[in-house]
Write a protein that binds this ligand. Structure first.
Ligand SMILES: [Mn+2]
Length: 313
């Protein structure tokens, strides 16, 4: 993966670490997945799709790349699942401490153990919003607690974990599950108030860990363990927009893109999802005067707070 290339081909002036509000860390790791392999190819496919995506977002009438998006060097550690988690934890925390809005693109879901640990150490009363087909609550699996099947076990013990879209789990995971904060796909489909209920269960600081297999396989086939009965595009966006509007989303990761060389639609969905989440994040920041702005970059902004009128030099 080239590190000289900018995210989505944005101009250099929006891609510098010093001035960018957003940092994107690619984590091309796939060491513990049990069935469909290939999540290590996810970041590259996501970046390629991002380069072919329009950077104007119609819904928010914004070009969020103007906030600055720095593409960090990919985390290529793969000596053990634990070493990967430690590397993710360290890099994520380093960038949070530099007052960046930190985002990561996996890789398999075990990387989120590091993501969550870093955010939990930096933000008070953290809610982890896990959007996923699988509960991922096992204490350990196949000899390690850093398996993708254990992605949120630690979060279940140390954060306000909320699980959304769940439709696959082992009975043993029930002992770690808070049913009040678990939203099963088979219930959500009959409950028009599920979004409000999820948000009511949140504290103010929210980290989102988004496993792409939460989506219905009809729109997101390129994932290691597809499960029928998932989320669709517009309901997901409606929900995310509401979360970003009502809560202080402090960062997010997106995991488990397993690209298929002959069908790139999933890569594009992932690219668009990432950009939508950034668009929602920075619209809500611009709209909320009370927002505690941890992104203290002095950016020149145009009329809607997101556009840039200054020229290239
Ligand atoms: Mn997962």
């Amino acid at each position: 993966m080239s590190t000289t290339k900018n995210y989505a081909g944005i101009p250099d002036k929006f891609a510098q670490l010093e001035t960018a509000k957003v940092v994107l860390i690619p984590v091309p790791y796939d060491g513990t997945s049990t069935w469909g392999k290939g999540a290590d190819k996810g970041p590259q496919a996501f970046l390629e799709a991002s380069e072919n995506m329009e950077l104007y977002d119609i819904e928010t009438d914004s070009e969020v790349y103007g906030q600055g998006i720095y593409l960090a060097e990919a985390i290529t550690e793969n000596s053990s699942p634990e070493a990967v988690v430690n590397a993710v934890h360290k890099q994520t925390k380093d960038y949070i401490k530099r007052n960046k809005f930190v985002t990561l693109f996996g890789g398999e879901h075990s990387i989120s153990i590091g993501t969550i640990r870093a955010f939990n150490e930096c933000f008070d009363n953290l809610t982890v919003l896990q959007i996923d087909a699988h509960a991922d609550l096992r204490e350990s699996y196949e000899g390690t607690k850093y398996n993708h099947a254990c992605a949120v076990h630690e979060a279940s013990q140390t954060t306000n974990l909320i699980q959304v879209g769940i439709r696959s789990m082992d009975a043993i995971e029930k002992s770690f599950m808070d049913e009040e904060k678990t939203f099963f796909a088979h219930d959500m489909v009959h409950d028009e108030y599920w979004m409000d209920k999820v948000i009511e269960a949140m504290t103010d600081n929210v980290l989102i860990t988004f496993d792409l297999d939460a989506f219905d396989p009809s729109i997101m086939p390129s994932t290691g363990t597809p499960e029928p009965g998932g989320l669709f595009w517009y309901e997901t966006l409606e929900f995310l927009k509401q979360v970003f509007e009502e809560k202080n989303v402090v960062g997010f990761d997106i995991v488990e893109l397993c690209p298929n060389p002959t069908d790139k639609s999933s890569d594009f969905l992932a690219a668009k999802l990432y950009y939508k989440m950034l668009s929602y994040k920075f619209i809500s920041e611009a709209a909320d005067d009370e927002y505690d702005n941890t992104y203290d970059v002095d950016y020149k902004t145009g009329t809607n707070g997101l556009k840039f009128d200054d020229d290239e030099d």
